[in-house]
Design a protein around this ligand. Structure first.
Ligand SMILES: [Fe+2]
Length: 250
């Protein structure tokens, strides 16, 4: 057994798809590539956590902890294969500012719901370009660095009004392949990732509409984190239109 399979057996990855079931699938030759089920099981667990989050039987910060635990166990090479990363990024046209969003088409695999509860995309960026600073409402999501390096920053969203958001820095560090972060209403709500290598890629999964009666969509709210400094490390960050956020930070 290789290391990743041992991990797979020993963790909550095993909760949905058992190794023996996967062995059967291999034996039946239903899957061309025997590494695929690791990613499938990983995605299926993310899917289950997303379902638990909706309607709130699972606390958002607990979801973050569990999603981060899952991310710590990901087999990156296997996930890249499952996402068909090489094909997806072939002849890629990067954007002059901000990120190019790519939509992976997952193969159909036993044990992985055909309709995932979460949305997913891959962000592709060239050096110095950024997923510009923004927060979300009624949404929880994760970033996983697939390739390259990023300077990643997060902020807690403490309060906000029509024109600004009060934030406090929480994370400010380099992120390399396999490293990850999460956001929710209650922790690290604002994120900002700038590519520091020639090219860089993030896998993003997001669960939207966590509370159906919340009354606002889960889209991005762009801000400028370089705002007025307040007491206790807080910052008054101006809300921005997308084009202006891209102009300043993309
Ligand atoms: Fe986001």
């Amino acid at each position: 057994m290789n290391e990743s399979r041992r991990q797979f057996n020993g963790t909550l990855l095993g909760s949905l798809l058992t190794y023996s079931l996967l062995e059967t699938i291999f034996a039946d030759d239903l899957l061309a590539d025997e590494v695929r089920p690791l990613a499938a099981a990983w995605l299926a667990d993310l899917d289950q956590l997303g379902r638990d989050l909706r309607g709130a039987p699972l606390e958002q910060t607990t979801w973050q902890d569990k999603v981060e635990e899952l991310h710590s166990q990901v087999d990156l090479a296997d996930l890249l294969t499952f996402l068909d990363f090489d094909k997806l990024t072939h002849n890629l046209q990067y954007r002059e500012r901000g990120e190019r969003s790519l939509r992976p088409q997952l193969p159909e695999v036993e044990g992985l719901p055909r309709e995932l509860v979460f949305g997913q995309q891959i962000f592709a960026l060239q050096k110095d370009r950024a997923v510009v600073p923004h927060g979300h409402y009624n949404l929880a999501s994760s970033f996983l660095v697939l390739k390259g390096e990023f300077h990643g920053r997060h902020y807690d969203r403490l309060e906000d009004d029509r024109t600004s958001m009060i934030i406090r820095p929480t994370i400010d560090r380099q992120f390399g392949p396999g490293e990850y972060s999460t956001i929710s209403e209650h922790r690290d709500n604002v994120h900002w990732f700038q590519a520091t290598s020639e090219t860089a890629f993030i896998y993003n999964m997001h669960v939207v509409n966590l509370q159906p009666d919340y009354g606002r969509p889960g889209g991005r709210v762009y801000i400028d984190p370089h705002g007025e400094k307040l007491s206790g490390g807080r910052i008054r960050a101006e809300k921005l239109r997308a084009a202006e956020a891209l102009r300043r930070y993309g």
